[in-house]
Design a protein around this ligand. Structure first.
Ligand SMILES: Nc1nc2c(c(=O)[nH]1)N[C@H]1C(S)=C(S)[C@@H](COP(=O)(O)OP(=O)(O)OC[C@H]3O[C@@H](n4cnc5c(=O)[nH]c(N)nc54)[C@H](O)[C@@H]3O)O[C@H]1N2
Ligand SMILES: Nc1nc2c(c(=O)[nH]1)N[C@H]1C(S)=C(S)[C@@H](COP(=O)(O)OP(=O)(O)OC[C@H]3O[C@@H](n4cnc5c(=O)[nH]c(N)nc54)[C@H](O)[C@@H]3O)O[C@H]1N2
Ligand code: SF4
Ligand SMILES: [Mo]
Length: 753
């Protein structure tokens, strides 16, 4: 720990952490009378992309507690433990309350005023650029700050600071869905609305564990009154799989073969919608020929499932009227992830299961604002889902933002893994990490952390001084968190929701937006960003950038309309707004019939069968499945899977570990799920520990002996920092998303500690 202890002064004393404890964290009913709230206001939860609406209870304008909003169309009055506890991490004693600068002589972090921090930021970043060229600085950002903040950062870096290489942690999470949708449907456009969970006859979850990772969406599934089939394709028998009507425990990374086999079997049965294919798609004839080699025999051999199980799977999908496909990280994180996601999209297209209630090829998003980052961060896509490589797109953005001609970079940025390689090659010498904890979450962690040591300047912008990445920083900029600032998030079903400032940030912590503005001024490029003064002003710019695009939001009358409507899904164009919204309040007109209100509040895409490609047709994409880059062998005979452990842990646990309510809901120590047969094979006793070793690193974990995992496989949650050093650096070539869910390991039993 290189930060000296400084006493942390809580700005509002007993109203915060103490209150959460007094009230048991759950439920406003127990708030002591002296603290009875005097007002409420609604805002969106800042953890996952479900985007639940929460009601903040305020005393003198400051939030003292949260409850789920019963009127919000997403969560209908429900919230998971993280949402209930979302205020607590804001009061943690390790909040960064001042900028910190590393003393080069002693190596110790020292508090400095903002003026000094900005001076150092600018002089050192510029000196790196002078020595090594303008593109020798990079940033890694996030899907967890407001869209307006991401947009300002993307504009500041690429138009103001002369930078090029930047990416966000959505690369770890949603890059595959993005790449797959863009190629197949013409735009990164998850087509569904959450009502589809309730309106489907058959929900197929591929590599997705919503019971743990998206608990409120899982509640929406449980509200389905159509006696749905719930089919779960996951190597593990997860909570979701246990509740399913059919669990297909396919071999890890055999998805592509299985999904192609499924397509072949449906074609064989005649369970395809030829009229839809003919009218709305391209490339089916080639696809139909391509999948013929994926016979049931081959599928069952490679996926290691029985012929009977495969037959049942095909039968259920073929016979139910409304079929919806849902996928998450079991698909997105793999060595051939984009093609796997597209194999799911292909199934929906060939059966005409898209654009209608209860259907769709639906990627569930991870972080609260990954969707905002995908469309508006200006990182690897130009604003509004445009392309840096396209001269017309660049000219359009320059004109819409009134920027000097030629200022938009003509090249694409490197992806996250390429930036990391750039640090290794010496091409990248200065790095700014914003709202992501790369020193825990990135793949092949030891290499990554070694490489950070080669940087001339590492800036970290975070809530806390204690994160693994902050500990390595040369300069730490203290950020205000969710609920200490305002802006918008876009959730999984494309719904824009509002984040409000209902807490004062501690000490000198500033919103990311404010920090970017200060950097722009200190850098000397604030003139260029004159129009980007406030989050709501930036929102107006984003509207302008969205005009005529699939994500058109020109009909949204600012933040008040988002607030009044319980969030608004894109698209919501000016034309859609006419005759629907009250111009004074932004609320829906009272004269609208119920059905019209429902249509506006819950919308899915592609009802007309027109996709976002140039000819309006969706495209079938496929390619030959490839072997996993690191298969198991005699030395490393087990497959290591990773993912979410519990509903109470969020990623690298910088926030969720701060709650006394959440902590008892998950194991403190790193644990490994291991099948009873394997436990016996290595002589593991209950209560024992396991040494897990890969070719890159090893860890010791508490043993959790359970048939949730199959023999030959083990699972370790990503929330424990020990796990990522083990994982091999492999990315999908199309999306460059890391393959976190497959590496070969060996196990050794250790006695209880
Ligand atoms: N509590 C909590 N909720 C979260 C998060 C969190 O950290 N904590 N994070 C959020 C974020 S950012 C994300 S991206 C989502 C992730 O949400 P999910 O993707 O649902 O969660 P994971 O556990 O990462 O992975 C899902 C499943 O993929 C399976 N899997 C592994 N390999 C394969 C394979 O080869 N094929 C198939 N079919 N399945 C496989 C795993 O066994 C696992 O059960 O969760 C979000 N919600
Ligand atoms: N082995 C394995 N590794 C994985 C995964 C896996 O399944 N397996 N999943 C991957 C996925 S899907 C994801 S999304 C990533 C997540 O990986 P990360 O994004 O690195 O994880 P977080 O813990 O969410 O880190 C967010 C950081 O931002 C800080 N922060 C929070 N709010 C704010 C804010 O408003 N402003 C600023 N400046 N800082 C803020 C938090 O304190 C925290 O340090 O992990 C990936 N890593
Ligand atoms: S499900 Fe996601 S959005 Fe809803 S309360 Fe939980 S963490 Fe927040
Ligand atoms: Mo994620």
């Amino acid at each position: 720990m290189t930060f000296p202890e400084i006493p942390w002064r809580s700005w509002n004393g007993p109203l915060t952490a103490d209150l959460a404890r007094e009230s048991g964290g759950f439920g406003l009913g127990q708030v002591p009378a002296r603290l009875k709230p005097d007002a409420t206001t609604g805002l969106i939860c800042g953890f996952c992309a479900t985007g639940c609406g929460l009601t903040a209870h305020l005393v003198d304008g400051e939030a003292v507690n949260l409850t789920p909003d019963p009127a919000f169309p997403v969560n209908l009055g429900m919230a998971c433990p993280k949402g209930w506890e979302a205020l607590v991490p804001l009061d943690a004693p390790d909040r960064a309350t001042t900028p910190w600068l590393r003393n080069p002589l002693t190596g110790v972090m020292e508090p400095v005023p903002w003026t000094r921090a900005l001076e150092v930021f600018v002089s050192r970043m510029k000196s790196v650029q002078q020595k090594h060229g303008p593109h020798s600085i990079a940033f890694l950002s996030t899907g967890q700050i407001c869209t307006e903040e991401m947009a300002l950062l993307g504009a500041l870096f690429k138009f103001g600071m002369g930078g090029l290489h930047c990416d966000s942690n959505t690369r770890q999470c949603m890059a595959t869905a993005h790449a797959a949708y863009k190629q197949s449907l013409g735009f990164d456009a998850p087509p569904y609305t959450y009502a589809d969970f309730e309106e489907s006859d058959c929900l197929v979850f591929v590599g997705s564990n919503p019971a743990v990772a998206h608990p409120i969406l899982w509640q929406r599934v449980l509200r389905n009154r159509r006696q749905p089939e719930i089919l779960v394709l996951d190597p593990r028998r997860t909570e979701t799989a246990m509740a399913a009507t059919l669990h297909v425990p396919l071999a890890p990374k055999s998805d592509l073969v299985l999904l192609y086999g499924l397509a072949a079997a449906l074609i064989h049965r005649g369970a395809v919608d030829r009229a839809f294919i003919e009218a709305h798609t391209r490339g089916f004839a080639e696809f139909e020929v391509f999948v013929q080699e994926f016979t049931p025999e081959r599928v069952c051999a490679e996926a290691k499932i029985s012929g009977e199980l495969f037959k049942t799977l095909v039968e259920r999908i073929a016979t139910r009227a409304r079929v919806s496909y849902w996928w998450t990280m079991g698909v997105n994180q793999g060595h051939e992830a984009t093609r796997t996601a597209q194999a799911i999209i292909n199934l929906a297209l060939m059966t005409g299961q898209i654009g209608k209630p209860g259907t769709g090829a639906n990627s569930i998003t991870g972080q609260c604002n990954a969707m905002g980052s995908r469309i508006f961060s200006n990182v690897t896509n130009l604003f509004g889902g445009r392309d840096f490589g396209n001269p017309a797109d660049r000219a359009e953005v320059e004109s819409l933002l009134r920027l000097p001609a030629g200022i938009v970079p003509t090249e694409n940025s490197w992806a996250y893994d390429q930036i990391v390689d750039g640090i290794e090659s010496g091409a990248i010498r200065g790095l700014w990490v914003i709202a992501t904890n790369s020193s825990h979450s990135w793949i092949q962690q030891s290499r990554f952390n070694d490489l950070l040591g080669r940087l001339e300047f590492l800036v970290v912008q975070d809530l806390y001084t204690t994160t693994e990445t902050a500990q390595r920083a040369d300069l730490l900029l203290p950020a205000a968190g969710w609920a200490e600032k305002e802006g918008t998030f876009i959730n999984s079903e494309r719904r824009l929701g509002l984040v409000k400032r209902i807490r004062r940030a501690p000490g000198q912590a500033l919103s990311d937006f404010h920090i970017f503005r200060l950097v722009a001024e200190a850098w000397g490029c604030s003139d260029l960003l004159e129009a980007w003064r406030t989050p709501e002003a930036v929102f107006e710019l984003l509207k302008r950038l969205s005009r005529g695009r699939p994500c058109d939001i020109t009909g949204i009358d600012g933040y008040r309309a988002i607030d009044a409507l319980g969030g608004i899904q894109w698209p919501f164009s000016q034309a859609m707004r006419e005759g629907v919204l009250d111009s004074a309040s932004g609320a829906l007109l009272e004269t609208l019939p119920e059905t019209r209100v429902a249509e506006i509040r819950e919308r899915r895409l592609f009802a007309d069968g027109r996709f976002y490609t140039a000819d309006g047709r969706a495209v079938f994409h496929c390619s030959t499945p490839q072997p996993v880059p690191e298969p198991t062998d005699g030395h490393y005979p087990w497959v290591l899977l990773t993912g979410r452990g519990t509903s109470s842990q969020w990623h690298t646990n910088t926030r969720t570990s701060k709650s006394a309510v959440l902590r008892p809901l998950y194991p403190e120590n790193c644990y490994v799920e291991i099948h009873p047969e394997d436990a016996a094979r290595i002589g593991l006793l209950p209560g024992g520990r396991v040494l897990v070793r890969s070719r890159r690193a090893e860890l010791v974990a508490d043993a959790c002996i359970t048939p949730i995992v199959q023999p030959g496989q083990v699972f370790i949650p990503m929330h424990y920092r020990e796990v990522n050093p083990l994982i091999k650096s492999v990315v999908d070539p199309l999306s460059r998303q890391p393959s976190y869910k497959f590496c070969a390991v060996t196990l050794e039993a250790l006695p209880p500690s």
